[in-house]
Design a protein around this ligand. Structure first.
Ligand SMILES: [Zn+2]
Length: 373
């Protein structure tokens, strides 16, 4: 993958390119940012650039044998670790799902954990980088580079690694081998061990600019400029959110409907209705529950901001705006802080395996009280 194929992110590309050109590449890079900002695409472009035997000043050549192999994801010195679902018996490593991984990555470099779980067909479970992966990392890195050049290990969502795998990674980072590059692509660097973070060089990948998103939507999806601008403005800098809006609007509608339902039922103090709402939320996969809650948290903030009448600060779709027109006045300075805390709390509980229906029913009860504040 060439840097030219990564959407936007000119500043980050320049920083990475300058380091390679100056021969000052650290042995471990930590790219932080939402997957929709392009962390994984940047990691692949950097891997290609490092390995390319005829690199230019600003990009890999795309044609040398190394580029051909990295493009096809078959370069023997390019390795991956990523979250998977543990099999009930036997060892599970990332490589257990390597075929699915290469198929996904071969078709699109922009995807999130929910997309990935859909690919491996296990939406209802929590994905981790399992302990068995520790041996795998050691084994892969102890092999000398086939091509005599760089070895690159891309770790997607390293925050999903704990226990033995994280300790192995830490040890490996403490004693770096020459010409070995780790690229960690993290959405939640705050969840990584401090000792791991301190042994990497951190590069924050920011949200994509509205202009870059707009350009990508017109070039890659054939949208006209006005439509592309409309989509880009509410995508929060994420290519995935932009795509979801145009491809998967049923999903956004379902989330908005669920939010509206919760607020209406809570306003009417309809306990039976809220019980049914809790059950429907609990029936979603855990990753979907997190998505819904994250979305609702976002919508609460947007509704709060709506009250100030500053549309340039608001990022809502037309449907969300319609609802906010009547609803926003219920979200105010007396309850926004607590509302945010309650939803963030529910998010943590979902991640921590607490029984779904209880989380959502509690949240519904708190919503009744907070709406009256
Ligand atoms: Zn090349």
């Amino acid at each position: 993958m060439k840097f030219a194929d990564v959407i936007g992110q000119k500043e980050v590309k320049d920083v990475l390119l300058a380091q390679v050109r100056a021969g000052r590449l650290p042995h471990a890079l930590l790219l932080t940012g939402d997957t929709g900002y392009g962390t994984l695409a940047l990691a692949l472009a950097l891997a290609s650039y490092v390995m390319c035997s005829q690199k230019g000043d600003n990009d890999s050549c795309g044609q040398c044998p190394e580029c051909v192999k990295t493009d096809k994801l078959i370069h023997p010195d390019l390795h991956f670790s990523f979250p998977v679902i543990k099999k009930s018996s036997g060892k599970t490593t990332s490589d257990t799902y390597i075929n699915e991984w290469l198929t996904q990555l071969g078709s699109d470099k922009y995807f999130d954990l929910t997309d990935w779980l859909r690919v491996i067909g296990t939406e209802n479970k929590q994905a981790i980088i399992p302990d068995d992966e520790a041996d795998n990392i050691i084994r892969k890195l102890s092999l000398s580079a086939y091509e005599g050049g760089w070895k690159v290990m891309i770790i997607w969502l390293p925050e999903r690694m704990n226990g033995a795998a994280a300790n192995t990674l830490l040890k490996t980072l403490e004693e770096p081998s020459p010409k070995t590059l780790f690229i960690l692509c993290s959405e939640h660097p705050e969840m990584l061990l401090d000792t791991i973070v301190s042994r990497t060089q951190r590069v924050d990948v920011p949200p994509l600019s509205t202009e870059d998103l707009c350009q990508a939507l017109t070039e890659r999806r054939g949208l006209d400029n006005d439509t592309a601008m409309g989509v880009a403005r509410v995508a929060g800098g994420s290519w995935l959110k932009a795509l979801k809006q145009i491809c998967d609007s049923d999903d956004s509608k379902a989330k908005l409907n669920s939010f509206m339902q919760l607020m209406r039922l809570a306003y009417m103090r309809d306990l039976n209705g809220l019980m049914r709402w809790s059950e429907s939320m609990a029936s979603l996969s855990r990753e979907q529950q997190k998505e819904y809650l994250t979305y609702m948290l976002h919508l609460l903030r947007e509704n709060f901001i709506y009250n100030f009448g500053r549309s340039e600060l608001n990022f809502m779709t037309p449907q969300e705006r319609d609802f906010a027109y009547k609803f926003a006045r219920f979200i105010n300075e007396r309850n926004i802080k607590q509302f945010s805390e309650e939803f963030a709390h529910a998010l943590r509980d979902v991640a921590g395996n607490v029984f779904g229906r209880t989380i959502f029913f509690n949240l519904a009860l708190r919503t009744i009280i907070l709406l009256r504040a």
